[in-house]
Design a protein around this ligand. Structure first.
Ligand SMILES: Cc1cc2nc3c(=O)[nH]c(=O)nc-3n(C[C@H](O)[C@H](O)[C@H](O)COP(=O)(O)O)c2cc1C
Length: 218
């Protein structure tokens, strides 16, 4: 092997080590999240005092434990016997799915398995909002309502309930972020048709809001 091919081989190896969720065929792998830590976090009243929207993100990634804790806080299962979650939902429909856009690709949070299911091996962070900071944030959550889980109620009711349900989840993320010193902002300024297309959503799935999460810019 000459020096050039040795350098190329080293580069490929380095990329694979740095990006463990991507394999050579741009295949995105499932990620088993870590057990959420129940003994962390600041007192609720202090967290409420610090809750705010921030729009300046460092590009630094969230450690896996932080991502695991944050997604569980958002809408994880807190009562395994009934499968009920950290946020309420009308009729316990649990219609909101959390998609997680990262530099490696797009995942779907699977609360039952507490895992990330691979959806798309493409960095779509910039498409999750119309504001420039969204591409810096290491994680952009996209809240998608699955109307097919909401029984036979009228579309207006589905829109209302899924917007309310997203609000609870988003506030859980806000509180977790305030507790952990993370920056976050929930966003309605979203190019929904573009997202529906790139995320390959069905007509009965609706993009409700997005939320950027990361460390504050220094
Ligand atoms: C439904 C909703 C949509 C929002 N959309 C955006 C948005 O697209 N972009 C943005 O920068 N902030 C957005 N925000 C954040 C608000 O601007 C922010 O909550 C408000 O200015 C109050 O600031 P605070 O969260 O720090 O209290 C949104 C908030 C809500 C509740």
């Amino acid at each position: 092997m000459n020096t050039k091919s040795l350098q190329a081989a080293c580069l490929v190896l380095a990329v694979l080590l740095i990006c463990p969720t991507l394999t050579s065929g741009q295949e995105l792998k499932a990620v088993q999240l870590l057990e959420p830590q129940m003994d962390t976090g600041r007192p609720l009243m202090q967290v409420l005092k610090d809750r705010r929207s921030s729009r300046a993100f460092s590009t630094g990634e969230l450690p896996k434990q932080v991502l695991s804790n944050m997604l569980w806080a958002a809408f994880g299962i807190n009562r395994p016997d009934s499968g009920k979650r950290t946020a309420p939902s009308a009729m316990n429909w649990q219609e909101i799915d959390i998609y997680v856009a990262t530099v490696y690709g797009l995942y779907l949070y699977d609360a039952k398995a507490h895992a990330l299911k691979p959806i798309l091996a493409e960095d779509i962070r910039a498409l999750t909002g119309r504001q420039p900071f969204v591409q810096d944030a290491p994680v952009n959550l996209v809240y998608v309502a699955d109307f097919s889980r909401m029984g036979k109620s009228k579309v207006d009711d589905k829109v209302f309930y899924s917007a309310a349900g997203t609000g609870f989840i988003s506030q859980n993320v806000y509180l977790y972020c305030a507790s952990e010193g993370l920056a976050t902002v929930v966003r309605g300024l979203v190019d929904r048709p573009a997202l529906v297309k790139v995320m390959r959503l069905r007509p009965d799935q609706r993009v409700i809001l997005a939320q950027s999460v990361g460390y504050p810019k220094k």
